[in-house]
Write a protein that binds this ligand. Structure first.
Ligand code: GLA
Length: 403
């Protein structure tokens, strides 16, 4: 049996931990690869989370042990230029919030802590942002910065770029500010969340391909490249909207463009100026944005079938236009549908990781069964099945408090 966090803490620091900082992972229901284009997303926080039991220090050091022996302890001095470890090292996700907070505020106190997590790693469920948030929240509270969850979520989105991924702000925002029982439509610049209750008979099934999507490995370059392609496509389309008489001046970004010009008219212009990959990337961003807007209404109306159809559309677009799916993700999606899911799609950045499927109280058992017999059993992936396939419970965002 693994020691509790408190036991590990006492063993190492010869005292009891005094505080708990926790931050959940998330599953994104719809709106993939839109956040870094300034467009909305629609995730909810998971019941799986990063937990740190800790004791504030008088000095500015952070020493953090990981309950998972695969990850060696990290130990550093908080400051404005913390030397990073090798790319992909988990310690970089601990240093990231520390450096960003130190650049903006007076951080004089660090902490000793022990961390445990049940968010599957590199699976598209934001284990890394949960870690960044749990550390960031601990430092913000210990140093009495007085930031609200949205402010801190915004800072954490900038912080994570320390690790080399040019991510958007979805993961940090939902992990920091989610509301139990709700999904949230998140808009950016400025960051705002609109909470929508998840109907009590809806069931979101999360299923992991078992293929790791290391954001710090090759997936990082592929992810960053997608972002650059979107920027490039936008730069080509924006001035042409003026030439076509659709706007007076070139819009500053995707959000402004799609607010002022109908999607079909934007796409007519895009077809003239974009070709190949850039056109496909652009089409995904525009169509995915429309799906997010519609998804919010459909969740409000508890339109299960309609919401599922949007999820299917999202997956198709991510596969064909954005090229971030994989054979395993497509297979899981197909099995979920075969089992009776109303919709299914890859969730997170893609390149491996998880799918999310929409079932209800009547169909959920068949969906689970079909996933297990169709995907996991033939691959012998039946050990710790509860880690690979589970129901997502819309959960509360990060919190910090005395133990
Ligand atoms: C990762 C990033 C997010 C978002 C998704 C794709 O999870 O951290 O900001 O871009 O990929 O939607």
């Amino acid at each position: 049996m693994t020691d509790s966090l408190a036991d590990r803490f006492r063993g190492r620091f010869k005292a009891a931990p005094t505080h708990l900082s926790r931050a959940p992972g998330r599953v994104n229901l719809i709106g993939e690869h839109t956040d870094y284009n300034g467009l909305p997303v629609f995730p909810m926080a998971l019941q799986r989370e990063v937990r740190i039991e800790l004791r504030p220090r008088r000095d500015g050091r952070v020493t953090l042990l990981n309950q998972d022996a695969e990850f060696a302890p990290v130990d550093f001095e908080v400051g404005v230029a913390i030397p990073p470890g090798p790319t992909g090292h988990w310690g970089n996700y601990v240093k990231a919030p520390a450096q960003e907070l130190a650049r903006r505020y007076a951080i004089v106190r660090g902490f000793d802590g022990v961390l445990g997590s049940d968010v599957p790693v590199a699976s598209g469920l934001s284990s890394s942002s949960a870690l960044v948030n749990a550390v960031g929240l601990a430092l913000a509270e210990i140093n009495e910065l007085g930031l609200d969850p949205l402010e801190l979520g915004d800072v954490m989105a900038d912080a994570e770029r320390y690790t080399g991924t040019r991510g958007g702000g979805m993961d940090q925002a939902i992990s920091m500010a989610a509301r139990a029982g709700h999904a949230a439509r998140i808009d950016f610049h400025p960051l705002r969340l609109h909470y929508v209750p998840v109907p009590s008979d809806w069931r979101f099934v999360v299923a992991d391909t078992g293929v790791r999507a290391e954001k710090s490995g090759p997936a990082q370059a592929a992810y960053n490249r997608r972002r650059s392609e979107c920027e490039e496509a936008f730069k080509l389309v924006a001035p042409e909207l003026v030439c076509a008489g659709l706007t007076k001046r070139a819009p500053a970004g995707y959000a402004e463009m799609l607010k002022s010009v109908p999607d079909d008219e934007v796409m007519v212009v895009a077809e003239k100026v974009l070709t190949g990959t850039l056109f496909k990337r652009f089409r995904h961003v525009v169509s995915e944005n429309a799906r997010v807007v519609e998804a919010q209404d459909l969740l409000h109306q508890a339109d299960h079938a309609g919401f599922g159809t949007l999820m299917d559309g999202s997956h198709g677009s991510l596969r064909a236009d954005y090229n971030v799916s994989s054979a395993e993700l497509d297979e899981l999606v197909a099995f979920a549908k075969e089992g009776g899911a109303s919709g299914a799609r890859l969730t997170g950045a893609g390149f491996g990781g998880c799918i999310v499927a929409l079932a209800d109280t009547n169909t959920v058992d068949d969906v689970l069964e079909t996933l297990v017999t169709g995907y996991y059993e033939p691959r012998n992936l039946t050990d710790r099945l509860d880690r690979r396939v589970f129901l997502a419970v819309p959960s509360q965002g990060a919190s910090f408090g005395a133990l």
